[in-house]
Design a protein around this ligand. Structure first.
Ligand code: FE
Length: 356
């Protein structure tokens, strides 16, 4: 009898508590509202990278921090236009894209804000950061020579400049000057040698082209393999992708080609980055910085770079086996922000020399 009375009292207490409270659904909604108002648990990433492994990295970040990463993928210029159009109302917190030239465009458009972080400074060398801390490089790539092993010996190759010599007439392959990778390459020469010399180089390459520029970087390597030309200028990771392609024909073709890092006894090989910056109108800035820091740290750097055959920017992390097999190399010694500073001049020179 006593037990029954206690049970009835407990039941009454529980029923009263339930009546006085909101339904579980309402309670959850209220929690969510409180969270977005005070400390948000999400970050919106606008990225032009399209690799599955990037998504795995973001999942890992979610698990470690409880911060949800909402990913919006698109072409770099499209995403930039979208952020500009959205203005203060933008949902974007972090903008991630390839090439210091594109990151510069975002900075110039006023859509990025400076970030200072002791961790980012520790993980990312100064020359791979924007001078005003508007963006940070996350993965590194080199613009190298890929040559036909049957027609060219490595001893025949030396510098970017040497490819303008008469013996290379009709043998050079490189994509259109509309592409930002070439604009950044020429911008680096403007920074190192000045405009006049940079123009001479561009003129000399146009003179020695095997065909009118067409296709992407990988198409230049394919044209070398097909005998259309003998040397292609292209980014390292595209060659890594070809060697690891699911298409056995592409692998076979890539294995016929050699890798050469130019300017080792002089100014160094041209390097560039893919990187990210926090968006000016970010509503979740702390989370955006946390994600940027996570991507610069050891574990993410290894994964990030491995997926796309890129070099990590964090010097504590080793490049993948494939990249190590190509050997160490001397890099151009210039701040990458100079690629953006010289972008307009590079485009002007390309137009002047008729590089399509
Ligand atoms: Fe690319």
């Amino acid at each position: 009898m006593k037990k029954l009375r206690i049970f009835m009292m407990c039941l009454l207490v529980v029923m009263l508590a339930a009546c006085g409270n909101q339904s579980p659904k309402e309670s959850t909604d209220q929690n969510q509202k409180d969270q977005t108002a005070s400390d948000s648990k999400e970050v919106n990433l606008y990225t032009s990278r399209h690799y599955d492994v990037d998504d795995e990295l973001y999942k890992k970040f979610e698990q470690e921090t409880g911060i949800k990463v909402n990913i919006i993928k698109g072409e770099a210029d499209e995403l930039l236009e979208r952020i500009k159009r959205e203005g203060d109302a933008t949902q974007a917190d972090l903008y991630l894209t390839a090439d210091a030239g594109r990151l510069f465009r975002a900075k110039e458009a006023g859509v990025l804000q400076p970030v200072s972080s002791e961790m980012l400074d520790r993980h990312i060398p100064k020359n791979f950061q924007d001078e005003d801390q508007m963006w940070y490089g996350l993965t590194k790539r080199a613009r190298i020579f890929i040559y036909n092993k049957n027609k060219v010996k490595p001893e025949d190759l030396s510098t970017y400049e040497a490819l303008t010599n008469p013996e290379w007439k009709g043998r050079i392959l490189i994509r259109s000057s509309e592409n930002v990778y070439n604009q950044s390459l020429l911008a680096s020469f403007i920074e190192i040698d000045g405009e006049e010399k940079a123009k001479q180089w561009a003129e000399g390459i146009v003179h020695n082209l095997a065909r009118k520029p067409e296709g992407g970087d990988r198409d230049q390597a394919k044209a070398v393999a097909a005998g259309i030309g003998d040397v292609a200028i292209m980014n390292t990771y595209y060659f890594g992708q070809m060697l690891n392609s699911e298409d056995p024909e592409e692998v076979k073709l890539a294995e016929e080609l050699g890798v050469f890092f130019p300017n080792q006894d002089s100014t160094g090989t041209h390097v560039n980055v893919s990187g990210a910056g926090v968006v000016e109108g970010s509503k979740n800035k702390d989370n955006a910085v946390k994600l940027l820091e996570f991507l610069s740290a050891k574990e993410a750097q290894a994964t990030f770079a491995e997926a796309n055959y890129e070099y990590p920017v964090n010097e504590e992390v080793n490049p993948t086996e494939l990249l190590q097999s190509w050997g160490d190399f001397k890099e151009q010694d210039i701040p990458l922000s100079s690629l953006g500073d010289n972008n307009a001049k590079a485009i002007m020179i390309f137009n002047e020399v008729g590089w399509q």
